[in-house]
Design a protein. Structure first.
Length: 394
């Protein structure tokens, strides 16, 4: 146990979160069992350690961070370890990569039942379905998603500002006033293209090649997160990777399921399941017509965020596609995003018509019943809103 405390103290002392993540203030920390899901590389470990740093001295043994990658847990269960920690006066146990432990959900249930004053905060992959696939956690776990940096968080990081998030209603109704608050302190357009290229994943801060790091992370998402958690045999890995690559190359469009099934050598139903797995891993987003959901055929499949586009095939990255990907990625956390009737058009929350367009297109005709999310501009007017501002939604 002392070795774990020493590791915890070292990690907390050497943790530096460059920007406060919005999720830190959204979580109800009074809950006893909190699950934080997120895609690989998004900053879940740093998030746990920052929580410890914000609330406890690094040598305070009431709080302990552990990682299931530690080989100690190949021979010891979470519940027994938590029991020893609890008897030593432990109050908060932070468990990283909980899915690496066999029977982890049953172990967490034992902890909840046997140690009534112990709080457990654990992280897992975005592929995990905490409540649907782990009925023993129903009613006791509160689940949250840690997302990549929003454009707001990215700007705060680079400029030292503390801009707060806005709701969609605030942006739609008061965007001109909101922009006037931002522009004297920062120039969003100056940073926007860099964010589109490399700002979503925190490891752009590391002194390594971003694209190579992202490609490695994407491979780990398929090889570990999808195969391990979904219990898919290794021999099907090449099919999943090939499907992902083909979807990425085609850009945001309706997939030809029959053609994809033929090319990767599997059934249409399996292709649809793999598409769902890729979406759960936060590698793609699936867009449906209004009123439809999985397993219906998607109206459009697009990459989860624009950074992925530039890592997979930078020569083919289309600006309009990147801008649409940014809007969808910014909205889908709290809003329903459906395909609209024309290219570049979307329906948000079953009522709002959106169109992503270039502000420099002089031939554009504007309709009063549509919200225009426009790139290549810093300011807006009426129903014409600069696209970058939707990056302040979280």
């Amino acid at each position: 146990m002392e070795a774990f405390f020493r590791t915890h103290e070292y990690l907390v002392d050497h943790t530096s979160a460059p920007v406060r993540r919005a999720l830190m203030d959204e979580i109800d920390w009074n809950d006893r069992m909190i699950g934080i899901k997120g895609t690989r590389g998004i900053g879940k470990t740093t998030f746990l350690l920052q929580y410890a740093k914000d609330n406890y001295a690094s040598n305070d043994k009431r709080c302990l961070y552990i990682n299931m990658n530690n080989f100690y847990f190949q021979g010891h269960g979470i519940a027994d370890f938590a029991g020893e920690f609890y008897r030593r006066g432990g109050k908060v146990l932070l468990i990283d990569q909980v899915f690496k432990q066999p029977e982890w959900s049953k172990e967490l249930r034992r902890c909840y039942d046997q140690y009534p004053t112990l709080k457990i905060v654990f992280t897992g992959s975005s592929v995990m379905r905490l409540k649907e696939e782990n009925p023993e956690l129903n009613g006791i776990v509160k689940s949250y998603n840690l997302r990549g940096f929003s454009f707001r968080e990215y700007i705060n990081l680079l400029t030292g500002n503390d801009f707060q998030p806005f709701t969609l209603d605030e942006i739609l109704n008061n965007h001109e006033r909101l922009i006037k608050q931002i522009l004297p302190k920062a120039s969003p357009v100056q940073h926007f293209q860099n964010y589109i290229h490399h700002g979503f994943y925190p490891f752009f801060l590391e002194n390594r090649n971003f694209s190579e790091n992202l490609l490695k992370t994407m491979n780990m998402m398929t090889e570990v997160d999808i195969l391990l958690i979904k219990q898919i045999e290794l021999k099907y890995l090449t099919k999943i990777k090939k499907l992902f690559y083909m979807l990425a190359l085609e850009g945001p469009k309706a997939p030809n399921i029959s053609k994809l099934a033929q090319v990767i050598g599997t059934s249409r139903a399996t292709v649809m399941n793999y598409i769902k797995d890729l979406a759960d891993a936060r590698l793609i987003n699936i867009i449906y017509p209004p009123g439809q959901v999985f397993p219906k055929k998607p109206a459009k499949v697009m990459l989860h965020n624009s950074n992925l586009m530039y890592a997979i095939y930078p020569i083919k990255a289309n600006k309009q596609d990147a801008m649409e990907t940014f809007l969808v990625n910014s909205l889908w956390k709290d809003h329903i995003v459906n395909e609209g009737t024309k290219k570049g058009h979307y329906i948000i929350d079953n009522k709002l018509k959106f169109r992503v367009c270039d502000a420099e297109n002089s031939k554009m005709r504007y309709s009063p019943d549509t919200i225009y999310a426009r790139y290549n501009t810093e300011v807006g007017k009426d129903n014409r809103i600069p696209l970058w501002l939707f990056g302040f939604l979280y």
